[in-house]
Design a protein around this ligand. Structure first.
Ligand SMILES: Nc1ncnc2c1ncn2[C@@H]1O[C@H](COP(=O)(O)OP(=O)(O)OP(=O)(O)O)[C@@H](O)[C@H]1O
Ligand SMILES: [Mg+2]
Length: 299
């Protein structure tokens, strides 16, 4: 299941994507590179079948996610965030351009990139425990039964799923299913973690606990994270940088904002910080201005 791919170019080529970045002379190595990626889909007819026409979801998107960086993407619904994340995961291919992970072009899925989907994508016939254990077994094929079991249980407990081990997904709440998805992704210690609105279905209280857990795991493991979210506060709390996408079709990467709030971060400290207010206002202004132009097109 691991990626068999060809090396394209050195990892630490200077990045574009924001004005500040082009001024850097020494760039940290990038774990994930989105290299002038354009995605076109066929226009679908009323009954969902593909026509001969195509439309461009986004075009020439270019940015790097540095090794160990937590990067988020924010943009209105339909601008292509999930489409881009699916291509990073290797489930779909760019129409033009390339996605490169650790110097190798992504040509399919691999255990080096774990995904937590917008929809839960659990195996309905397996229990909570078994859904997580499948990933542990795949990632650590040499481990004994007891080692696999102990590791799986650790992530069941970390995600607050203790007591639900034997339930199938249909008997779990939406938030619990999402936590199984997160446990499955974290437990294999991936190089790159791809998160598509991972906390959207989780209640506010649990969300805070799991966001803190994510920050702790990310800092401990040194994983590179790319997260899609609609929650601006979540993006600021967790991210080193936030990419803003304009509206689709033909969406583009508008800009990348540095979140220069010191870590470790807590919500209480964060909302007191002037950087937080500045960044939040910048993102909200961006989203509102794009919403307005969207509505203006329709009247
Ligand atoms: N397989 C497909 N075939 C045709 N069109 C598709 C396909 N997948 C996605 N699209 C279209 O591509 C566009 C981008 O979809 P995508 O799911 O990536 O948006 P998104 O930014 O993740 O939105 P949201 O914030 O609502 O999740 C939409 O117009 C969608 O209808
Ligand atoms: Mg989406």
């Amino acid at each position: 299941m691991l990626n068999s791919t060809a090396t394209i170019e050195p990892e630490n080529e200077p990045e574009n994507g924001s004005d500040n970045e082009s001024q850097r002379t020494t760039e940290p190595a990038s774990a994930l590179k989105v290299d002038y990626v354009t995605k076109e889909f066929p226009v679908l007819s009323g009954n969902g079948t593909a026509t001969n026409e195509s439309f461009c979801v986004f075009e020439e998107v270019k940015f790097n996610v540095r090794k160990g960086e937590f990067m988020s993407m924010v943009g209105h619904s339909g601008c292509g965030k999930s489409t881009l994340l699916n291509m990073m995961a290797g489930f779909d291919k760019p129409t033009r351009g390339a996605i490169v992970v650790d110097g190798k072009e992504v040509t399919g899925p691999g255990l080096d990139r774990m995904v937590v989907f917008q929809s839960f994508a659990l195996m309905p016939w397996l229990t909570c425990f078994e859904n997580i254990r499948v990933a542990v077994r795949q990632a650590y094929p040499d481990w004994s039964v007891d080692e696999v079991k102990a590791h799986t249980q650790k992530y069941v407990d970390t995600m607050g799923l203790t007591g639900t081990e034997n339930r199938r997904p249909a008997l779990l709440s939406g938030g619990m299913r999402q936590r199984v998805g997160l446990a499955r992704a974290f437990c294999v210690d991936p190089k790159v973690l791809l998160l598509d609105e991972p906390f959207a279905q989780i209640d506010a209280l649990t969300r805070g606990v799991i966001q803190d857990e994510l920050m702790r795991m990310w800092e401990a493991a040194g994983a590179t994270v790319f997260m899609v979210t609609h929650d601006v506060d979540e993006a600021i709390l967790l991210s080193d940088r936030i990419a803003l996408m304009s509206n689709g079709p033909n969406a583009q990467l508008s800009r990348i904002i540095e979140v220069n709030i010191p870590r470790p971060r807590t919500r209480a400290q964060m909302i007191e910080s002037p950087q937080y207010t500045r960044i939040r206002n910048e993102i909200l202004k961006f989203l509102i201005s794009h919403q307005k132009s969207d509505l203006a097109d329709k009247v």
